[in-house]
Design a protein around this ligand. Sequence first.
Ligand SMILES: *[C@@H]1O[C@H](CO)[C@@H](O)[C@H](O)[C@H]1NC(C)=O
Ligand SMILES: *[C@@H]1O[C@H](CO)[C@@H](O)[C@H](O)[C@H]1NC(C)=O
Ligand SMILES: *[C@@H]1O[C@H](CO)[C@@H](O)[C@H](O)[C@H]1NC(C)=O
Length: 621
Amino acid sequence: MQAPGRCCHWASLPSPSVWEAASMYGTAVAVFLVILVAALQGSAPTESRLPYHIPLDPEGFLELSWNISYAQEAIDFQLLVRRLKAGVLFGMSDRGKPENADLVVLWTDGDTAYFADAWSDQNGQIHLDPQQDYQLLQVQRTPEGLVLLFKRPFGTCDPKDYLIEDGTVHLVYGILEKPFQSLEAINTSGLRMGLQRVQLLKPDIPNPALPSDTYTMEIHAPNIRIPSQETTYWCHVKELPKGFPRHHIVMYEPIVTKGNEGLVHHMEVFQCPPEMDSVPYFSGPCDSEKKPDNLNYCRRVLAAWALGAKAFYYPEEAGLAFGGPGSSRYLRLEIHYHNPLVKEGQHDSSGIRLYYTPTLRRFDAGIMELGLVYTPVMAIPPQETDFVLTGYCTDSCTQLALPPSGIHIFASQLHTHLAGRKVVTMLVRDGREWEIVNQDNHYSPQFQEIRMLKKVVSVHRGDVLITSCTYNTEDRKQATVGGFGIMEEMCVNYVHYYPQTELELCKSAVDAGFLQEFFHLINRFNGGKEVCTCPQPSIPQQFASVPWNSFSRKVLQALYGFAPISMHCNKSWAVHFQGEWNLQPLPKVISSLEAPTPQCPPRQCPSPASPAIISIVGDRG
Ligand SMILES: *[C@@H]1O[C@H](CO)[C@@H](O)[C@H](O)[C@H]1NC(C)=O
Ligand SMILES: *[C@@H]1O[C@H](CO)[C@@H](O)[C@H](O)[C@H]1NC(C)=O
Ligand SMILES: *[C@@H]1O[C@H](CO)[C@@H](O)[C@H](O)[C@H]1NC(C)=O
């Protein structure tokens, strides 16, 4: 290799793609690339320092790796740009739109290359951020492409910046194909932009060691051809061997066929109900007419993985039981292929590898459903931007159903349908908000994974668990009612906990009688006209004929805020615990949890912000 800064021979560059890109835009871009090439020094960061990876675009040009320092409250990002053209944009926004995004931009004006912390306004125009919070650490050319290493605190106290929180983060990226005279000249609406969802703040917990007698089982697609359509849900039936005894699953990990990393979006393994003693073999699209009907009943989650997630480990003292009497021999693998470029002829054998042991651990892990019952009595008016519905697991239920020592929640999977935007479950003890079980302020129904909690949450007898979901129905003309349909809504938190109890479902819904009072009231204000004159209107029909104005919206919200609930404190297969569960008062919450005060990082340079010039001199030190 020649001395940095003196290297001007394209022939010495290993990657032909850069050569192609450069020749397309002539000497201006060539100068830009030479500068970058010259700027590289130091060794490539190793896998162990940046343990998390995700491809950003479907073609695989951009790849993000990162690590987290909880002590510094900062993330180190490494962006690999294969086949660099004239620059890239990378950043975050509330729901992944290129507008109103917090960005870093690498661009060139033809002579000089720049790197800056920037933001896009509501029209997509880019502006330099007066406060530069992304710190460029290194620029490096590797045989794979250009590598940018930079750091960002979780929170910056800059109103133009995105606050990196627990839960889903919508990453946005864009590719600059030509030089721009200035940062302000860039408008995201003219660029190739995209988004990728990821959990950036992975919990910092060591993985427990696997027992010595661990076996593995792969549940994967049998070298299928991924359909050339944007969205496919593939269903595959797996039968456990006859007489397969009870085991504990202690870990599972994704198996993603090489080359398909950008296509396999998420995968889940479901157990069929124990009484289902025969399921015909099937491997095909889940909406196929050939799919056996009873596969729909196989919906008890055994394992779940989504893009960007790593292996899932059970806590040392617990495992998820499968096999043996009282459990079905049939499992259903479901793979969501996301193929936006409609690639053809791509073969795939992705799936999930289970690690299980015959030496049962001390506790069986269990899964409990919190939130709202699937019923139309819980509804969201149309054209709402952030309507909240809340489901309760009351003190009477936890008092009755939990063991004296309580339970320990270690993981959680949040679930809503298409209108869901935020989900949170709060633990309330003695009337006080005590601890957040799980929260996602940027929840997306397209990104559901089982997430380990950063800290195990213990639930005592008499505690209350309150799950709230925020919905956006701006694009809907009719009320959205609760239910199973994709255009109906759910509000669920599947919590993974131990020791397993009989309590499988602790959910609520507003009392149906009080809801009728709402319809009567709306009728009276509506000039006495019955909302629906049909003899026995269904609840969805009643909701469909409510005139939605600020009055009816406020009354419905108020009703959900005070009316008694009917509790579902149930064992498996819809059997409830003994007790009175109708017309239960809403749990009282007398004090709220204090929101953490944001940590503002010390300002590094008080001088007016300017882009970093990626130059030979500066980087040679
Ligand atoms: C994160 O990665 C950076 C860059 O490779 C490295 O300097 C740092 O030590 C890493 N931090 C942690 C907590 O691993
Ligand atoms: C950016 O592009 C959008 C859509 O083409 C346009 O409405 C907007 O005015 C542009 N902004 C600027 C500053 O050019
Ligand atoms: C809970 O159990 C009751 C009584 O068996 C049943 O009517 C109800 O449907 C169950 N709830 C759910 C959500 O399964």
